[in-house]
Design a protein around this ligand. Sequence first.
Ligand code: ADP
Ligand code: MG
Length: 438
Amino acid sequence: MTEALQIISNEHRSMWQLTVVLEELCKHLGKGEEKPDAALFGMILDYIEQYVERVHEPKEEAFLYKAVLARSSEGNEMIAEFQREHANTPADVARLRARLKAVVGAYPEGAREFRQTLEDYISMMRQHIMKEESDLFPLARRVLTEADWQGINSAFADSRDPLFGESALIEFRALMSRIVNQAPAPIGFGLVGAANAVVEAHPVLLSVANLTSSYGRIQALRGVNIEVRQGQLVALVGANGAGKTTLLRAISGVQKASGGKVVFAGHDITHMRPDQRVRLGICQVPEGRQVFGPLTVEDNLRLGAYTRSDKVSVAEDMEQMYGMFPILRQKYRQAAGTLSGGQQQMLAMARALMGRPKLLLLDEPSMGLAPLLIQEIFNAIISLREHGKTVFLVEQNAQAALSIADRAYVIETGETVLSGTGSELLDNEQVRSAYLGI
Ligand SMILES: Nc1ncnc2c1ncn2[C@@H]1O[C@H](COP(=O)(O)OP(=O)(O)O)[C@@H](O)[C@H]1O
Ligand SMILES: [Mg+2]
């Protein structure tokens, strides 16, 4: 992806998160139990006004839209629509502010109108984002020349622009953390809160102590210490090559430990065969998914249950998976290979769950996915926790993983160097500078 499109994608991802937050706040409004928090909504509207309207939209129009229009007429209609939507942003924000003011003054009167206006805005914003990514981006890639891209990329990458680039992202994160602190209940993606409520009272399911492991002379794990309690979502974040995959392989038994100890559900499994560990209830979803492409979605799920003999509950579990991942029900007769990357990731998780594991190991489920799909995958992982599953999630995408984790660890060159609740690590200076680019 070109630099500019990557930047726009990142911004879209931030905006999409905002829509998730707004949607969640809408649900609260819908229950009619609470007056909307004027300060919280005000902050979000400020952000849309300052950032989306003054920075994101003008830059897109002045560089990307302009270049595409100059090269091809194919996008004329679509771009005109985008421009109309951009031009409407001030009016949209003003309407939301007016409705907010009205409901805060006369609550519960005006709640329905405010909610409706919000819902309309959310769906417009989402459609706009999706259409840009699915239609405009491919068109731009097709028609723009190398020289066009140079101009666009350098405009987008200009981080000296105080309103743009990295500084915008930092502003977005600051806004998100203010929302986290002000929001009621646990809301949406990236908003911790109730996540940490899975308390230490839960029994320890997996404990890894001083684990070391090598590939020949290369020592990949130099001392890993981790604890996963039942029902928790525990994340391990670290850079490429830090040893994340090796650790998962060592936990599932396909990689030998040279020292230390791994205890699972009360058994010392440090030197146990992989198949015995599977039988004890450890299941790993490997990096890069690996579903069986030619088989249907349903057959892939059935395969996940092959170690089980209880046919009746296999059908029940299949039903549960379709409940958790509705897109799989829609596509149950399709060949798995025809699913999108995000859907294949969901299928890989669901297939693993069909074996009824006690512990699910996920290796970089967001890898190689477009920003919007990453969002879906993380929502799916949140729903796993809501279904009481115990999950150990390994990710390079620290921001997303820490936002949803009950507990988290940082691994650097084969050593766990930090641990805490997800939100503690998100706030940690060291983590922020090394992994979140703040
Ligand atoms: N099959 C292998 N043979 C030799 N070295 C390997 C192998 N797999 C990984 N490594 C090395 O082990 C270290 C950790 O790799 P890995 O666990 O894949 O990291 P991560 O999953 O965090 O990106 C890296 O230095 C990598 O080069
Ligand atoms: Mg890896």
